[in-house]
Every structure is written in C-alpha cells, then in structure tokens.
Design a protein around this ligand. Structure first.
Ligand code: SAH
Length: 331
C-alpha cells in the first residue's frame, strides 16, 4: 500500500502557502491601521503570533486593496440598471472582501451572488472558520450547507467552490451555471493567482467567462515583467519554497492582450507605482503617511513597478457604453 501523501509529495501544497503570505500581509496592514478589517484575524490560524510585515509590504497591500475596492464599486455602479451583480473570486484564499462588502451599503444590496474558488484544502479551512465564527456566518443568511466532505459551502448569497483552476473550465465552473445567472453582470477577480498556472490556463478561464456571460468585468492583480534583477531574486526566493510562476506576463501590454484575446473588449492596466501616484493626487493615500513612515521610497517604487492591476469588460450592445469610463482615479 502506498503511504499517505505528505506535503513534500504534493507540489500544490507549496502554492497554497501563498495564501498565508497574502493573509499575513493583510493582517499586518490591518494592525498598522491601514484597514479596518475585523475579519482577517478570524481567518488566520494563531493570528496573534503572526509578526508584522515591513512598511513596504503593508503599503503595497493597502494600495492594491484600495484600488481594487474602487474598481469594484465603480463597476457595480456602472451595472446599476441591473440592480444586482455577481462576483466570482478565483484563488480567493483567506480574502475578506465578501464580508467587508457586506458591511458597506449601498454595495451590499447590489451583490446577488459571491463565489470564491480555491483548492479544496483552502475552501475546507475557510468553511470551518465560517462555521466557527458568528461574525463570519451572520452575513451568509439562512440555508448555509457544507457538503462534499466539508470542502463546499453554499448559502443564499455566498458560495465556496473547491477546484483546481488548471482543470478544464467547463468542468470547474459547471456548478456555477446553476448558481449564477448568465444574463446578470458578472465580475471576475483574480488577485495573485494567475502567475501560478500556465498562461493557457488563465486564458481558458477568461474565455469561458466571456463566452458564457453577457456582461463580464474582470480585475486581475499580479506581478509582471520579472526578467530583470528584481524579478530574478523573486523567482529564486519562490523556488526555494518550491513555488514556480510559469504564468507571469512580461509586460502590462501582454496582460491586456490576454484580456483582448479572451473576448474582453475594453481593457486597461496600471502598475502599482502608477496607481500610487494617482491615489496620492486624489488624496486617497493620507492613511499611508499617518500609519508609518517609509524611508526607502525608491525601494518601494521598485517593488511597486513589478505589480499591476489589469481590468477590462465586455458587454453586449448598448450596455457597452456604461462600462467605458471605468477608472481607478479621475486624471
Ligand atoms: N486572492 C487572495 C489569495 C492570494 S494567494 C488574496 O489576494 O488575498 C493565491 C491563492 O491562489 C491561494 O489561496 C492558492 O491556493 C490559490 N491558487 C493558486 N493556484 C491555484 C489553482 N491552480 N487552483 C485553485 N487555487 C489556486
């Protein structure tokens, strides 16, 4: 008989540890006063023992989260003719966005369905945390069921779907066609997830969504352009943890081309460095300067120019115009 699989025999165990990185960064930034997020500590095991991260990581985490929140609420606003929207978060890990949205009106009433997809090990852990903490479960409403060995959670609005995103999209997302309506505006979020898979896999996902949903928005956040010395160090660091990043795009242009090839028609991309200056100009980064001081602005800018948000949409007929002015900050 074969021995039970251990972590070292499961190459995806290493990829799953990136969820801890993301959650610890968010926890740290919350403790430092960047966010008001009462939920993250409920999703991180032994949260009190997690050390604070560097100002650089806290600031990067804050900028990307703030920018995605802005894009999300503007997209919901652009969809107001439909009254409600659907959100699908790929590789959601321990993300708390659903709960933060549920705390905030008026967006709260606009979310008809919110689906999170991740490996079954991650969805199981999240389903357990939801059952354990009333602060998490109270936003799920009635009819919460946990099935398939604890890996799947369904409620009226919120769903956890266990899957390997490298599988065939029609197989992974088939259950969504019974949960979601194909004629309702649907927003896809992919934060720090596509680099871990071949770009054919992420393109297939985007294609599946753009051919199945009449109105689609997508927001992707990830590192890019790792062919320089900064990128080399990043790849090597990840390699020591057994993590490879085959799907990193070389440029922001190639990130946008991936969107266009997959059927999205209006596409945009900005590096985190560009977003930082746009948010600074609009006065949205005041919290950064009060939370902690940063000595190494140059180092921060070097890190920020290796991360980008790419966002885009596809809508049929007259609706296309509603999504045209979709921007993080007005110039
Ligand atoms: N989006 C979250 C977590 C990012 S960490 C955030 O920004 O906070 C990356 C997440 O993607 C992890 O939870 C990891 O398990 C998930 N992931 C990576 N590759 C995946 C795959 N092939 N299938 C499903 N989930 C995957």
């Amino acid at each position: 008989m074969l021995p039970p699989p251990t972590h070292s025999s499961d190459p995806d165990a290493a990829i799953r540890t990136t969820d801890d990185d993301a959650a610890h960064a968010r926890l740290s930034a919350t403790r430092k006063g960047y966010f008001n997020d009462p939920y993250i500590q409920l999703l991180v095991p032994r949260a009190q023992l997690v050390p604070l991260r560097s100002p650089l990581i806290n600031i990067g985490t804050f900028i990307r989260s703030e920018a995605i929140d802005i894009l999300l609420s503007k997209w919901v606003d652009a969809s107001k003719d439909f009254r409600t929207v659907q959100i699908v978060s790929l590789g959601a890990g321990s993300d708390t966005r659903f709960w933060r949205l549920m705390d905030g009106l008026p967006v709260k009433d606009s979310i008809a369905k919110y689906v999170e997809v991740d490996f079954p090990e991650i969805t199981t852990r999240k389903a357990m945390a939801i059952r354990k903490h009333a602060a998490l479960s109270r936003h799920l409403g009635t009819g919460v069921t946990v099935e398939r060995g604890g890996t799947t959670l369904s409620s009226e609005c919120f769903h956890l779907l266990p899957s390997d995103l490298r599988d065939e999209p029609s197989k992974i997302f088939e259950p969504l066609l019974t949960i979601l309506s194909v004629s309702k505006p649907t927003l896809l979020l992919a934060e720090c997830v596509f680099p871990y898979m071949e770009s054919s896999a992420s393109s297939n996902i985007l294609e599946w969504f753009s051919s199945n949903f009449k109105i689609l928005g997508a927001i992707v956040y990830e590192m890019f352009g790792l062919d320089d010395s900064f990128g080399k160090v990043m790849r090597e660091n990840l390699k020591t943890r057994n993590i490879s990043i085959p799907g990193v795009e070389p440029t922001m242009d190639s990130m946008q081309q991936r969107f266009l090839r997959s059927g999205l028609t209006q596409v945009h991309a900005l590096s985190l460095r560009q977003i930082r200056s746009a948010l600074q100009t609009s006065g949205l980064l005041e919290r950064v300067s009060t939370a902690e001081s940063l000595d190494e602005v140059e180092e921060l800018e070097l890190v920020l120019e290796h991360y980008a948000i790419c966002w885009g949409s596809r809508a049929e007929g007259a609706m296309e115009a509603a999504y045209t002015p979709w921007a993080i900050a007005e110039a």
